[in-house]
Design a protein around this ligand. Structure first.
Ligand SMILES: [Cu+2]
Length: 374
């Protein structure tokens, strides 16, 4: 059995996909309208710029003199673009092919950044296997990469989670296999030194190891990962943002994002569900440094597998998701409207872009929620 996850990886493919998805991200609304009105101060933040120790001067970035990269594409992973539930009842050998790709992407509507990715999106693909499967990870580093990369999966029992076995220079492919012994949700990430630099460019994703009995049936599943980005530009300044190694040292990112883009999962790109849907979210935190206080405004997590653990806890408002950790959680949405996913360390959400929206459509349900006129 082969799960091929590297289709459409050419630059042309990215461009086509970006055009199809559209790059416009409409405003989130009055609730968030107070964002980023301090542009006067932005120049000071830019003064602290320094490139990372590997001398990343973005040699391939096609830039206007002051503008964003002309090659920038949408890199925010569609939260609904995940493999479906596993229906198999016996273990198999599963081949997972991944490609590390460095590319210019939109970190906000006006600003590009050179992301380092698994398969060209942030996060990389959600890998889904079954407890007891033997999983072959085959990692290729794109020929145009400027850096070596690898993959450390937290679902692996073995040295480095596979990092050493998969360290690949540009154009190389290496592989290893592991047995998925423990069901749960696990982060994978690049672990090439300097690791925070690689993770901080977007190199993470989730692998779901379904228990032998499978997961309860739901109506919708979504895949979201938080991560912070240490750039020399603040949100919506416009232009091409460069990595700011000093900001990473101080743990002061200018962006804290879901799926790698400022409010990238909103507007036309928001998640969609119907009133009454049972919704499962696989939520991870790539970090590299922050812990997330994950909350859905207007929702209650009624089944929470905290940190991916087998036993569920119930009726949770806000849950901590460690850097390099993840949870799966289930909700019922019985009232139509927009539900806003945030890190409830709210400056990160309101100012730094960590917002995603689930749009729930359907009939009003006044028994549960009923705005009263004066
Ligand atoms: Cu890397």
């Amino acid at each position: 059995m082969t799960i091929s996850m590297n289709d459409g990886l050419s630059r042309r493919g990215f461009m086509k996909r970006a055009a199809a998805l559209g790059l416009a991200v409409p405003a989130v609304g009055a609730l968030l309208s107070a964002c980023n009105d301090d542009d006067e101060e932005n120049g000071e933040a830019a003064a602290a710029t320094e490139d990372d120790a590997e001398g990343d001067d973005h040699p391939q970035a096609a830039e206007d003199e002051d503008g964003p990269s002309t090659d920038a594409v949408r890199i925010a992973k569609d939260p609904a673009d995940i493999p479906g539930p596993i229906t198999r009842t016996s273990p198999e050998h599963v081949l997972v092919e991944l490609e590390t790709v460095e590319l210019d992407g939109w970190i906000d509507e006006e600003t590009s950044f050179r992301f380092w990715t698994f398969n060209g999106t942030v996060p990389g693909p959600m890998v889904r296997v079954r407890e007891g499967d033997t999983v072959e990870i085959r990692l290729t580093n794109n020929a145009n990469s400027q850096h070596p990369h690898n993959i450390d999966l937290h679902s692996v029992l073995g040295p480095g989670g596979g990092a050493e076995a998969t360290t690949v220079a540009a154009g190389e492919t290496r592989a290893f296999e592991f047995k998925a012994l423990h069901p749960g949700v696990y982060v994978y990430h690049c672990a090439v030194p300097h690791i925070p630099t690689h993770v901080g460019h977007g190199m993470y994703g989730l692998i779901v190891v379904e228990p032998e009995a499978g997961l309860p049936e739901v109506d919708k599943e979504f895949y979201i990962m938080q991560g912070e980005f240490y750039t020399d530009l603040r949100p919506n300044q416009g232009g091409h943002a460069n990595w700011d190694g000093d900001a990473q040292w101080r743990e002061q990112p200018n962006y804290v994002l879901f799926n790698g883009q400022f409010q990238g999962i909103t507007g036309d790109n928001a998640m969609q569900a119907q009133v009454g849907d049972r919704v499962r979210m696989f939520v991870g935190n790539g970090g590299p440094n922050f812990v997330s206080s994950f909350h859905v405004i207007g929702g209650i997590i009624d089944v929470l597998h905290r940190e991916g653990q087998a036993e569920a806890t119930h009726n949770v408002e806000t849950t901590l998701i460690p850097a390099g950790g993840s949870s799966w959680m289930e909700f019922n949405f019985d009232v139509p409207g927009n539900y806003i996913l945030v890190d409830h360390s709210l400056g990160r959400a309101i100012d730094k872009g960590g917002i995603a929206i689930l749009q729930v459509e359907g009939d009003e349900n006044p028994e549960i929620f009923n705005p009263l006129d004066d």
